[in-house]
Design a protein around this ligand. Structure first.
Ligand code: NI
Length: 412
């Protein structure tokens, strides 16, 4: 069915989405502190008449909506948290909280999912099955996140999703376009800390100490050889040392240096390979330089791996509705994403929603103090989520109906 022609998303709903987005943008909350956001979401869903569960993984919220009869269960996920960044945009909806900003668009994700809930509630007589609206906290708090805890606390205990979808605003894609591919879409994102211990001394008498800065320097260079010499050049991987702390004074050899950073890979095999080499290089460089190194390696979010068949389904559904050119080929990002944890348990798809601001010659990336979206994208986000849900709920069942079956037999 041509859902969007037959039952267009009303301007009334879109107004509520814009309003929600701006309200949330003005009042951003950090990971694990999304109390007001959760209250806003809860109120909104209750007003729609949904069954609402709160307090999942702290501030997580689950809304449950049933259609006219039994059918598959589709889960839709939005993240709700903001970042410790001071907003530099001068807009009417600028963050009112100093040092906190929705610089990753989670305000838009939440608002669009509320819009999707409004729309699907409005036409609930027209579809069969159950839709789960999952509002997740703490996405930015890698490697802890909120997805795993939500599942442990029973977000899907009563209703197990057959399929799960999520979308993320994407400043590199024009409004009205979508990025989706089968397989890895986002990376394994691990985190590390190295504490290098040597012996302090006078800068003029290095032979009496063990210099941790020189050792750290060797380690940083040696770690980069994992990417250039050990991993397949056609298989992307990144090691970045993001912080380096050592020393107090120009003429003192510091006895300790601390390095922190991240490792990004797209496959499990590469992740394990890089991790193994990481330990070898740190330990053996430490030994060669005469320092001790404490290694803290944290396995972070797993890669976001899209289901093959469902990726084609998403592409086809969007292309049919908006045209082939709106679903361009994309390559994966080495960013991390907590949604990968949901995909370890439930087949689904994570796709990018184009939000590029036309007026900007150079787009500001996610996590930039001047990141913003073109709000024209909000309608596409609501429509896409709704369409994918309706097609995923309906398509299969209609075929099954021909055989006298209903959606009840879907794999759980
Ligand atoms: Ni994000």
């Amino acid at each position: 069915m041509d859902w969007m022609k037959r039952y267009p998303v009303s301007e009334h709903i879109m107004e509520a989405v814009r309003e929600a987005r701006r309200t949330l943008h003005k009042h951003p909350e950090l990971s694990h502190e999304e109390e007001k956001t959760a209250a806003y979401v809860t109120d909104f869903l209750k007003q729609l008449g949904l069954e609402v569960h709160t307090g999942l993984a702290g501030c997580g919220v689950l809304g449950v909506l049933h259609g006219k009869g039994s059918g598959p269960t589709i889960a839709l996920r939005a993240d709700m948290d903001a970042l410790p960044i001071q907003e530099e945009n001068e807009v009417s909806y600028k963050s009112k909280k100093a040092g906190v900003m929705h610089a990753c668009g989670h305000d838009a994700h939440t608002a669009m999912l509320l819009g999707t809930a409004s729309y699907l509630a409005e036409i609930h007589e027209q579809w069969q099955g159950t839709v789960l609206f999952v509002f997740q906290p703490a996405e930015e708090d890698a490697p802890i996140g909120g997805a795993q805890t939500m599942m442990e606390e029973g977000v899907f205990k009563e209703y197990q999703p057959d399929t799960i979808f999520a979308q993320h605003v994407w400043p590199d894609l024009p409004v009205g376009t979508f990025g989706v591919k089968a397989g890895a879409m986002m990376a394994n994102s691990d985190r590390f800390q190295l504490i290098i211990k040597g012996a302090g001394g006078h800068a003029s008498m290095p032979h009496q100490g063990v210099d941790t800065i020189v050792a750290a320097n060797q380690m940083i260079s040696a770690l980069q050889t994992i990417i250039s010499r050990n991993t397949d050049p056609l298989d992307s991987a990144v090691i970045t040392v993001g912080t380096m702390q050592a020393g107090e004074r120009y003429n003192v050899i510091p006895r300790e240096a601390v390095l922190e950073g991240t490792v990004r890979t797209l496959t499990y095999q590469t992740k394990e390979q890089v991790k193994e080499r990481f330990y070898q290089i740190v330990e053996q460089t430490a030994s060669a330089m005469g320092v001790e190194a404490e290694v803290y390696y944290y396995d972070g979010y797993p890669a976001t791996i899209n289901d093959e068949e469902l990726s084609s389904f998403v592409k086809d559904t969007l292309a049919k509705n908006y045209g082939e050119e709106t679903v361009p080929q994309v390559v994966p990002s080495l960013g991390g994403e907590d949604f990968g944890r949901f995909l370890l348990h439930y087949p689904g798809v994570y796709y990018w929603l184009g939000t590029a601001i036309k007026e900007r010659e150079v787009q500001k990336p996610l996590h930039d103090p001047m990141f913003d979206i073109d709000e024209g994208a909000l309608r596409y986000g609501v429509e896409a989520m709704s369409l994918l849900t309706l097609e995923a709920l309906g398509g299969k069942d209609k075929e099954d109906d021909g055989n006298g079956n209903t959606g009840e037999q879907h794999d759980r």
